[in-house]
Design a protein around this ligand. Structure first.
Ligand code: G5P
Ligand code: MG
Length: 219
């Protein structure tokens, strides 16, 4: 069994990638590398990448491919030889081709959640921007309303979670994703997980990952 796992978690905006990734890193020694979290961090510190990305992210459009590839390569270099789980990347066929040509990806966890469920749940999403921790008023509410459980700092809503922006993000996702999934399927690394609730999907993801690597905690 491979002890090093290089994977991708895919799924539409709001499908639960961040929520499931947070559970994965509790059980396995894997670094969660979220392109959206990285972009929001760069935007907060008003760096070159952040300034360039802001208008795209806030309007729900994709950030240009060349910048995303460079940013993710830098993030992966800092992980080094360990296991990683990409979240939000790749988002275009080109990003996928570059990634698969440079790295040996062991598996793709593709979350398939109905869009009407997603539109409903993102309304209640609150995040702790510095860490990317994600909450939901109906699903995993913070212990103290409006505050992060770990740091006690204020939670915020994402600018791109406005209903019209979420709809645009879902449209872009639908049009861009098929070629990526086809590429991953051809490479024999695609695994689909269907459901409307994270708690229903999670046991299946956990079973799949237990076949891929040794858990870091006893399960
Ligand atoms: P992101 O940040 O990658 P998206 O659009 O891919 O954003 P998002 O919105 O972060 O994905 P998610 O991580 O799949 O969604 O979902 P989540 O946050 O875990 O869960 C959503 C909500 O539902 C949360 O409040 C959670 O608590 C709740 N929830 C989870 N499960 C359940 C459940 O079972 N029941 C209930 N009731 N609630 C639940 O990308 C953002 C932007 O960055 C740019 C683009 O502009 C993009 O729009 N970007 C890129 N651009 C180009 N190329 C790339 N590779 C890019 N990557 C990012
Ligand atoms: Mg996310």
């Amino acid at each position: 069994m491979s002890r090093i796992f290089r994977g991708i978690i895919m799924g539409a905006p709001g499908s639960g990638k961040g929520t499931i990734a947070a559970r994965i890193i509790k059980h396995f020694n894997v670094k969660h590398v979220s392109s959206g979290d990285l972009l929001r961090a760069y935007m907060q510190e008003a760096s070159n990448w952040g300034t360039k990305a802001r208008a795209y992210v806030e309007s729900g459009q994709l950030v240009p491919d060349d910048m995303m590839v460079e940013m993710m390569e830098k993030a992966l270099l800092s992980v080094g030889h360990g296991s990683w789980l990409l979240d939000g990347f790749p988002r275009t066929r080109w990003q996928a081709e570059v990634l698969l040509s440079k790295h040996n990806v062991n598996g793709v966890i593709n979350l398939v959640v109905p869009y009407e469920v997603i539109l409903d749940r993102v309304k209640g999403r609150w995040i702790h921007e510095p860490s990317g921790r994600v909450y939901n008023m109906d699903f995993n509410a913070p212990k103290v309303p409006g505050l992060d459980d770990v740091t006690g700092e204020a939670l915020v809503q994402r600018v791109d979670d406005r209903p019209e922006t979420v709809r645009r993000r879902l449209e872009i996702y639908s049009s861009m994703t098929k070629p990526i999934l086809e590429l991953c399927d051809q490479a024999g690394i695609l695994n689909n997980f269907y459901g409307s609730k994270t708690d229903g999907i999670w046991p299946n993801v956990l079973n799949y990952l237990k076949e891929q690597m040794v858990p870091s905690v006893e399960l």
